[in-house]
Design a binder for this molecule. Structure first.
Ligand code: MG
Length: 239
């Protein structure tokens, strides 16, 4: 899983570094796809449930699952959420990051910072003996303190031989509640945080999830192993 995780993490940040004003999300997806394949892995998302691309690329008010397209261009001032999965030697790694394109608003900067911080607050709770609710509670408490909307309709998940496994890992919850974490579990923690309101809607394409309020949204994700020595990030890039 470490191997799959590093390829996914590196593909994500290789793609992030390639973002340029005016490029299409199709071009960005191709860069990520080629990176994964060049390193001997398969893009986990390609064909998953019929998804037609290797990365989910979601701009501004898109929360997750944006479909790369030759018709969608990235512009200076956008925030671009990229979600990447890689499969190799029987295991998946799953990771996401929201990139700023050039100069972004102070509002957007704060949303990115707080959402990423909330991911690490969740990861800190991924300790054997804790419960799933400890993770969600930590994420939610941090984001709600800024008045942000924590998306509840989509959540994190177990990950391993399958891209999505049990347990469910919500970004909300009650501390001390839910399934107990044991060493050896591998989970994807992935806060999806809206600047305004938690409600989302899905485009007629059946995939793209947007904020109902029209506000921007951020998404950060790591695949994390629960170990006797605490949480270990499996999707940390090494580039
Ligand atoms: Mg995921």
């Amino acid at each position: 899983m470490r191997k799959a995780g590093i390829i996914a993490g590196n593909a994500l940040h290789f793609g992030g570094q390639a973002i340029k004003d005016g490029m299409t999300t199709y071009e960005l997806d191709k860069i990520i796809h080629d990176y994964i394949v060049k390193h001997g892995a398969k893009p986990s998302f390609l064909g998953y449930g019929g998804f037609p691309a290797s990365a989910c690329i979601s701009i501004n008010d898109q929360v997750i699952h944006g479909i790369p397209s030759k018709k969608v261009r990235i512009h200076e001032g956008d925030i671009v959420s990229i979600d990447v999965g890689a499969f190799i030697d029987g295991f998946h790694g799953d990771t996401a990051f929201t990139f700023a394109v050039g100069k972004i608003s102070e509002e957007a900067k704060q949303l990115l910072r707080v959402t990423e911080e909330s991911l690490y607050k969740g990861i800190e709770q991924a300790v054997a003996g804790n419960r799933i609710g400890d993770i969600g509670h930590a994420v939610e408490e941090h984001c709600v303190s800024y008045g942000y909307g924590v998306v509840k309709k989509y959540i994190g998940h177990g990950v391993g031989r399958q891209l999505h496994e049990s347990p469910e890992v919500p970004n909300y919850g009650k501390a001390g509640h839910g399934p107990r974490l044991v060493a050896g579990m591998t989970i994807a923690i992935e806060p999806m945080i809206n600047a305004v309101g938690e409600d989302v809607r899905v485009l007629p394409d059946g995939w793209t999830v947007l904020t109902k309020s029209g506000s921007i949204s951020a998404h950060f994700e790591h695949t994390v192993a629960v170990t006797p020595d605490g949480p270990v990030l499996l999707t940390k890039p090494t580039l």
